[in-house]
Design a protein around this ligand. Structure first.
Ligand code: ZN
Length: 276
């Protein structure tokens, strides 16, 4: 009886292990870890959540940058750091007219390694203000991706400033598929995250217009949770599972691209080799 129980137990754990191995890895391209998050959720626990969710890499930014640096120190294999032009949450609304933001960016870039600048909020003609222009120049100088929460007009202005910029369009601009399609057709260096959107996979099914868009641009989309408030950290595991559910409605090679390969490729140029 005991032998049977032990055998059953090892069979069960082997099954659990193979299920885990078969689980689609996720690159979460939209994670924030600001001061109110790390006060309640220390870095070790935050990393444990990412690992439990099966997140293989995460693009992390935080207002003030301190949270990002704490997470990088805890798990340099997992965390890809992005620099926000925000010192505090309040900078979201004012940063683009605040000249002191440029000095903050320059200081952090001189001290730490990043793969991106963002996520920043920038709309319309504000994209041509001096602080935004300086940010684009710094991204070009350091070879960094711009993670822009923007309308199509601001995206166009960023590309006019630097036609070779690489832009990750946060939330795909919350635009409709036909609008996203037009932007992707026009700009080959534009990628889209699907953070905080659900219509592409509600109920585990990809609607026809989304299927057509994802199929036409298989190498441009990636997923993200958007932990814009600390509570949303506890949603990361569920979001990864939800993403796997709708990605399973796509052909496996396309699902893998959206789950992690596209983000890996985008950030490969700015990510130091990790020996794996
Ligand atoms: Zn965000």
């Amino acid at each position: 009886m005991r032998v049977f129980a032990v055998t059953l137990l090892s069979l069960l754990s082997a099954a659990a292990l193979s299920a885990r191995a078969a689980e689609l890895p996720i690159f979460d391209a939209h994670v924030h870890y600001s001061h109110d998050a790390w006060e309640n959720l220390p870095p070790r626990q935050a990393i444990a959540i990412l690992r439990r969710a099966g997140i293989k890499r995460a693009l992390v930014s935080s207002s003030g940058d301190e949270g990002t640096q704490r997470l990088v120190a805890e798990a340099p294999d997992l965390v890809l750091p992005s620099l926000r032009p925000y010192r505090t949450r309040g900078d979201i609304a004012t940063w683009v007219r605040d000249e002191s933001v440029s000095a903050f960016l320059e200081d952090r870039l001189a001290r730490h390694h990043y793969v991106a600048i963002g996520e920043f909020h920038l709309y319309g003609a504000d994209a041509d203000l001096p602080v935004a222009r300086r940010m684009v120049a710094l991204a070009r100088q350091h070879g960094l991706v711009l993670h822009a929460h923007s309308d199509p007009d601001a995206i166009e202005r960023l590309f006019r400033q630097d036609p070779r910029a690489r832009i990750l369009w946060a939330h795909s601009g919350f635009e409709r598929p036909e609008s996203i399609r037009a932007m992707l057709a026009k700009h080959r260096n534009l990628w889209c995250d699907l953070a905080f959107r659900s219509e592409q996979g509600a109920g585990g099914q990809v609607p026809a217009e989304w299927r057509a868009l994802l199929t036409e641009f298989p190498d441009r989309f990636m997923v993200g949770t958007d932990t814009y408030t600390p509570e949303r950290w506890h949603y990361i595991v569920e979001h990864a599972a939800w993403s796997r559910a709708w990605l399973a409605d796509l052909p496996p090679p396309l699902a893998e691209r959206i789950a992690y390969r596209n983000a890996d490729t985008l950030f490969a140029a700015t990510t130091p080799a990790r020996g794996q």
